[in-house]
Each structure stands twice: as structure tokens, then as C-alpha cells.
Design a protein around this ligand. Structure first.
Ligand SMILES: Nc1ncnc2c1ncn2[C@@H]1O[C@H](COP(=O)(O)OP(=O)(O)O)[C@@H](O)[C@H]1O
Ligand SMILES: [Mg+2]
Length: 264
């Protein structure tokens, strides 16, 4: 279980550019929750994920993972517990290294042993098997440099790496937004398969409302650094895009920036 209590973050405090990105946010993520996160531009979605990952510290509040207090832990220590995939397919993998080498790095995450020991036969078999599940033919290209892959292939590989050692929490920040629609759909289906298969506790930011409704067991909507709507189970399943838009307008007194939100 992950528990955020009164977490807040202000950027450029006491300057003309002051921005309250998160305001006394409370969120309890149950083990096995697959939560989709929606909200307009600047709502604080990425800040929420970054605070959990420790990219920057909270100004106040506490983040607990089971009984571990993450609040003051540096990013590299949290990285052993978390899986992350960002929007940019260029992040998360090392372009100059092979597919297999990238997987080996992920496989050894949090372990003492470095790459120096070489990749053993058994390990290679695991990587092949995992790559096969992507159905992208990457299992036959183990030594290909990752820089040669397409954005979609690379994002699928990042996803595989993020989940190779089952993370306590998987953080996905609009990880299909930079891909063409068909590839985005494929990577999203892979995401759903992986999350379901391993019952991964997941927080997934998306700007596609239909995906937010269709995937996961719980949906949260953010606005101006706050969670303004939190819905799960059957209630979530029966949601429609128009319900979300209405909800947003009622609670925020604002209209959703439809330009960026994909409504269909
Ligand atoms: N590193 C940063 N420095 C200054 N301001 C930031 C930084 N990161 C985010 N912000 C600001 O905080 C607010 C929330 O941003 P963000 O969490 O990225 O929103 P979202 O992901 O929902 O679009 C925005 O106003 C953004 O400009
Ligand atoms: Mg963002």
C-alpha cells in the first residue's frame, strides 16, 4: 500500500512565478490498484508522479510505501522499488547499448552484481521469453542497439524493463502520448496485459478519457494540484466521457481544455 498524506509542492516559492503544483494532497493506493489519472494541463499529474519517484522533494507531507517512509529517501533508492515510463521514448533506455544489455541493467536493478559478470544463458532465455510477449520480433535482435528501434518498440522495451523486477508501484506518465495512434494503442494494450498478468500496482497518467475509463479499476481526476474526483469499481466502469466532463466542470467551475484531452 502507498499512502500520501498532505503532500504539497510549490515551485518558485515567494517569487512572481510561484506555482502551487500540489496542495495538501491525500491519496491511498491499495496494492493491486490500477489507477488512471486525468486532468488538464498543469493540473499537477506529473508533479505527483515525480514526488513519489523522488525527482524532487515534497515541501510538506509524507509518502509511505508499506511501512517504509519514502519522503526523505533519494531518487536512486526509490528507483529500486518503482518502475517508471515517461512520455519521451528516448528516456528510460540506453540508446548506445543493445536490447539485451538494457534488459540486463533492468534485471540487476537493486542487486549488487553489475554487468561485469556477463549475461548468462539462463538470463538470456528469460529476456527472449519476455520480448516474445511484446510480439514485435525483438527477441531475434538481442544485440541490436536500442537507438535503432522505433519509438513504439523503444517504449515497449522501457515498459518491459520497468516491470522486469516486479515494482511495488509502476508510474506511467503519458507514456503513449508521443507515439502514432496505432503504435500508442499497441503499447497501451501491452501495458494492460503486463499490469494484469503481474497484478502490478499502477498509476497511469493519460490524456485520453476513454482509455482512462476503460483501463484500470480506479480513476482520479486532478485540477490545480488537488484530486477533485476519485472513482472506482463498477461506478467507474459505467462512466462515460460526458460524465467526466460534467464532473470536471461542476467541481472546478472551469471547462476542460478539450484541445489536448482526447475524448474519443
Ligand atoms: N520543475 C518545475 N519548475 C517550475 N514549475 C514547474 C515544474 N514542474 C512543474 N511545474 C509547474 O507546476 C504545475 C503542475 O505541472 P505538472 O505536474 O507538470 O502538470 P501536468 O503533468 O498535470 O500537466 C504547472 O503549472 C507547471 O508549470
Ligand atoms: Mg504532465
Amino acid at each position: 500500500m502507498i499512502q500520501l498524506t498532505n503532500v504539497s509542492k510549490t515551485f518558485n516559492a515567494n517569487t512572481i512565478n510561484e506555482k502551487k503544483a500540489l496542495v495538501d494532497l491525500n491519496l491511498t493506493i491499495e496494492t493491486g490498484d490500477f489507477i488512471t489519472v486525468i486532468g488538464g494541463n498543469g493540473a499537477g499529474k506529473s508533479t505527483l508522479l515525480n514526488l513519489i519517484a523522488g525527482v524532487f522533494p515534497c515541501d510538506g507531507g509524507q509518502i509511505l510505501l508499506d511501512d517504509i517512509d519514502l519522503t526523505k529517501q533519494p531518487e536512486y533508492r526509490r528507483a529500486k522499488l518503482l518502475g517508471r515510463v515517461f512520455q519521451d521514448p528516448m528516456m528510460g533506455t540506453a540508446a548506445d547499448m543493445g536490447i539485451e544489455e538494457n534488459l540486463a541493467m533492468a534485471y540487476r536493478r537493486g542487486k549488487k552484481r553489475g554487468l561485469g559478470w556477463g549475461i548468462k544463458k539462463g538470463e538470456r532465455a528469460i529476456y527472449k521469453e519476455k520480448l516474445e510477449t511484446l510480439e514485435l520480433g525483438l527477441e531475434t535482435r538481442l544485440s541490436s542497439k536500442v537507438g535503432l528501434l522505433s519509438g513504439g518498440q523503444r517504449q515497449a522495451l522501457t515498459l518491459l524493463m520497468a516491470t522486469l523486477q516486479k515494482p511495488k508501484l509502476l508510474l506511467l506518465d503519458e507514456h503513449t502520448a508521443a507515439l502514432d495512434p496505432k503504435t500508442a494503442r499497441k503499447v497501451l494494450e501491452l501495458t494492460d496485459e503486463m499490469v494484469s498478468r503481474d497484478s502490478l500496482t499502477t498509476l497511469m497518467v493519460t490524456h485520453n478519457m476513454k482509455d482512462a475509463i476503460r483501463l484500470g479499476n480506479r480513476l482520479i481526476m486532478m485540477h490545480e494540484g488537488r484530486i477533485i474526483f476519485d472513482i472506482k469499481g463498477q461506478e467507474k466502469k459505467s462512466l462515460q466521457v460526458k460524465d467526466l466532463l460534467e464532473k470536471f466542470e461542476t467541481v472546478s467551475g472551469d471547462t476542460m481544455d478539450n484541445d489536448r484531452m482526447l475524448l474519443s
